[in-house]
Ligand binder design. Structure first.
Ligand code: AR6
Length: 196
């Protein structure tokens, strides 16, 4: 259930609180690190629940495409293993170093490249976690603004996606996204209902 829903063209933007590994979207996005070998946070949860198939595919990607690791801002795709989502899109967000090391640009690229990959594979629905705002310490208000602005810009150029979901782990993160979403998308469909 979306806590808030916004529209960009025909695409629904949904904000929810929860665990991204439970999502039944075509793809869920993993906030990975360049090694693609797993880690903590969302990455750990996805590999734990998705099972060993995801790691095997990541190893293959490392060998064939990215022997030195996936560069920050890039995205690759594996199957979803035992997850409900059929695919996992692994992207690497920037580590926050204070904001002068191209962090905003790299974070926007992580979102844009993940969306591009989803569209190129014919997917209709995709769910994102709040990339870089955990272990990588990106301040969440700034990161949420980049996340939602990048999604909005992307959707203004394509109408191929039906739904983009932002899955926030904590109430605190969800509240920040809800507030910033109104700056970016305008009113929520639920605001309209509550006004009547
Ligand atoms: N579902 C949704 N969101 C979650 C979940 C979950 N199951 N678990 C955590 N979050 P992080 P990063 C939230 O650290 O900052 C890993 O070790 C979390 O509360 O997962 O991009 C990787 O291997 C936070 O708001 O990702 C990398 O080394 C957000 O997801 C590094 O962490 C992102 O937190 C990447 O760091």
């Amino acid at each position: 259930m979306c806590v808030d829903e916004f529209l960009v063209g025909k695409t629904k933007i949904c904000l929810i609180q929860g665990d991204i590994t439970n999502m039944d979207t075509d793809a869920i996005v993993n906030a990975a690190n360049p090694s693609l070998m797993g880690g903590g946070g969302v990455d750990g949860a996805i590999h734990r629940k998705g099972g060993p198939k995801i790691l095997e595919e990541c190893k293959r990607i490392r060998t064939k495409e990215w022997p030195n690791g996936l560069p920050t801002g890039n995205a690759v795709i594996t199957s979803g293993g035992n997850l409900k989502a059929r695919y996992v899109i692994h992207t690497v967000g920037p580590i926050w170093h204070g904001g002068n090391r191209e962090e905003p640009k790299l974070l926007a690229e992580a979102y844009k490249n993940s969306l591009g990959l989803a569209v190129s594979k014919g997917m209709k629905t995709i769910a994102f976690p709040s990339i870089s705002t955990g272990a990588y310490r990106y301040p969440i208000t700034e990161a949420s603004r980049i996340a939602m602005k990048t999604v909005k810009n992307f959707l203004e150029k394509t109408d191929k996606l039906e739904r983009v979901v932002f899955v926030l782990f904590s109430t605190h993160d969800l509240e920040i996204y809800r507030k910033v979403a109104r700056e970016i998308f305008g009113f929520s469909v639920s605001d309209e209902y509550s006004a009547t």
